[in-house]
Write a protein that binds this ligand. Structure first.
Ligand SMILES: Cc1cc2nc3c(=O)[nH]c(=O)nc-3n(C[C@H](O)[C@H](O)[C@H](O)COP(=O)(O)OP(=O)(O)OC[C@H]3O[C@@H](n4cnc5c(N)ncnc54)[C@H](O)[C@@H]3O)c2cc1C
Length: 248
């Protein structure tokens, strides 16, 4: 999973914990050996039990690279998940955690890339896409950009308020939600799993071939990638990050 095992572990201090929704929290970690990450990269967290047993998982950086000295990780609490449950139920402000990063060379966006962007996230797969959106906003990049965020219900949204503001203020930016299970009354947007028709509709207005960043559960990323290839997007323009085994 890691493409840079030579990166050293360091101790991070939990500076803040923000509740995003009933199952998701954002952890702000202060790092003594901070280096600026690229939007899309991730960190590993390693937990060690008193008997020496270790568990290690990867988490995308949610914050943008200009946040000097710290990173934010947004973590969904999975039922019986070893590391995510520990983060949600045990970790408190002031605690120290072993982390290493930033990791990842492929699923990254840098402002020197001027192509339009199509960001497609399922569930917590929105996290690295948020880092891209935040970085794009922070540097004033004007890439024509759409985010398609597939989520079970409004209650499961992460970053709801910030996305709403971004939609209002962001130039050349459109945020599209699709609800897959519970649809709010009066909802006029998409209300089904991401399919070819949704992607075709969104791609229709692009001035040129976009760079597509897909992130979420394995099955979600797989299906969206197949649709995009079938629509005719070159495979070189499709970047994927797979979070785990289940569907959203
Ligand atoms: C590069 C990368 C970046 C990631 N970034 C994030 C992130 O920003 N936020 C985040 O919340 N997670 C992220 N993940 C997923 C994360 O690494 C863990 O897999 C997840 O937190 C589950 O770990 P756990 O120890 O809690 O569960 P485990 O003990 O590993 O598994 C518990 C149960 O959950 C199932 N499961 C495991 N992983 C997932 C998953 N991702 N989705 C659904 N079911 C799963 C298992 O099959 C098992 O049944 C990322 C994964 C990768 C590879």
């Amino acid at each position: 999973m890691n493409d840079n095992a030579s990166i050293s572990w360091q101790l991070a201090t939990v500076k803040d914990i923000r509740v995003e929704n009933a199952t998701v929290k954002t952890f702000t970690l202060s790092l003594s050996h901070w280096v600026a990450h690229l939007a899309g990269q991730y960190y590993d967290i390693r937990l060690t039990a008193p008997d020496g047993y270790q568990a290690q998982r990867s988490y995308s950086v949610a914050s943008e690279p200009g946040q000097v000295g710290e990173i934010q990780l947004t973590i969904e609490n999975l039922a019986e998940g070893e590391v995510s449950s520990f983060m949600h139920e045990v970790v408190e402000i002031g605690d120290q955690l072993e982390v290493r990063g930033p990791i990842g060379k492929y699923f990254v966006w840098q402002p020197k890339r001027k192509e339009p962007l199509l960001l497609v996230g399922g569930g917590s797969g929105v996290v690295p896409l948020m880092a891209i959106l935040r970085h794009r906003a922070a540097v004033g990049a004007m890439n024509y950009t759409k985010l398609l965020y597939s989520v079970r219900s409004p209650e499961h949204l992460i970053y709801a308020e910030e996305l709403r503001k971004m939609q209002q203020e962001g130039e050349r930016l459109a945020i599209h939600l699709t609800y897959t299970r519970s649809i709010p009354e009066q909802w006029a947007g998409y209300q089904r799993r991401v399919d070819r028709a949704i992607l075709e509709e969104l791609l229709h207005t692009y001035p040129e071939t976009p760079l597509a960043y897909l992130c979420g559960p394995d099955s979600f990323v797989e299906q969206v990638a197949v649709h995009l290839v079938n629509i005719g997007l070159p495979t070189a323009s499709i970047l994927t990050e797979r979070f785990g085994p289940s569907g959203s």
